[in-house]
Design a protein around this ligand. Sequence first.
Ligand code: GDG
Length: 479
Amino acid sequence: MPADLVIVANRLPVDRVPLPDGGWEWKPSPGGLVAALEPVMRANDGTWVGWPGGPVEDADPSELEPFDADGLHLVPVGLTAEEIELFYEGFANGTIWPIYHDLVAKPEFHREWWDSYVRVNEQYAAKAAEVAAEGATVWVHDYQLQLVPQMLRDLRPDLRIGFYLHIPFPPAELFAQLPWRRQILEGLLGADLVGFQLPGGAANFVRLVRQRVGYKTHRDLVYLPDGRTVRAAAFPISIDVAGFEELVHDESVRARAAAIREALGGPRKIFLGIDRLDYTKGIYARLRAYAELVEAGELDVEEAVFVQVAVPSRERVEQYRLLRDEIDRLVGRINGDLGRIGRPAISYLHNSYPRAEMAALYTAADIMVVTPFRDGMNLVAKEYVACRVHDDGALVLSEFAGAAAELRQAWLVNPYDINGMKAALLEAYHADEKDLTRRMKAMRRTIQRHDVAAWADSFLTELAEVAPHTKSPRQARGR
Ligand code: GDG
């Protein structure tokens, strides 16, 4: 059945999990994006196009057939082992990711990576063109698929196309290094609406289009020679606030939070970091800052502990393997030098956890530390705030996370400034209850007013306005 709403994202919202009998099944991987899009997907009988994970060489043909999971229609795009290496690990994560994150790592430019990026984007565009109904809305997501909007428009000029970038869009000076800069801008301009996390990203994009493609622009609009108008605007993403609050009120999550506190040494104050193990997240500098405070006697391992959860990520990419080794060594050295029996300075976990365990960790923590060098938004910061249903707990947050634009009452830090971070960690540690409550209340109001459903609604509403020539999807909530 052709779909009136099609989501195109690098990954499908499911994982293939092996069963004890040698078979396998699809298990939903409930991220924030699925939670946000599920209601509107259901209201429109929507279809999701994406990669199910793993190379096609290891898949049996039935895995690449469209299927339904949890009432969602899913259409797999198969990637070969070579495409995973060149398109995904290569161009997406070795070229675009570092450039878009302010060159925190050195990007690599390889023509064969680019060629694979083009070919894979073609596959996604072709699949989306195949499943979209006449005049449907197609919403393309993120940096892996920047060429899809124009490819799709060439195949299906009847569609209404939106694109959303989850990571930062860099200043012109950095973007200009890309040998394929013009093709990428033209790819994005295939959309009617290009969404960014922050107004700065949208402004960078419009300026680049003017400079590098030579189209006329006015404020957030780009005028194309074929008469089309493209709008670039900010839509800061959010989280399923009610979902997290519900989890925190669950008896088993509360019991688990108490057990975590107990296991960590009772009244010790808990600093917490939760990040994908990624060099943009600033894990190394943050742990160093903390260790210096312990070393200087400003913090005592009997009274405080830093829990760092580093979720395994992109483990086949060289820079990520090196980062893991560096952090392993740092944690080992810090605990060797500063820990006591049963009292490590840092409790380090290289693992991923169910959502309920994440909520228990957020509940157990006294001070959440989120210090990326650059981050599109950072949902972890918002999730922590959502879980503080008693208006307590402190948030130390990097100025360079998109979330800092909204969570102004956090202790905002420059992650490159170790002394500044040390001062903020101490201030948050010693803050009195009244100050914590005042800050947390304000931050909670902010995220409650703007949850992930509001984010999806505002993007789709805006998309309908900029492309009135096509028909609108039904809104999930009466508005
Ligand atoms: C990109 C942009 C932007 C993490 N570990 C576990 C787990 N998570 C969940 C968190 C959170 C999400 O993953 C991570 O989101 P972040 O925003 O923190 O970071 P990225 O992965 O880099 O995401 C970012 C985001 O896209 C959305 O637009 O904010 O800037 O880089 O929701 O809770 N979830 C579970 N177990 C884990 O171990 N269940």
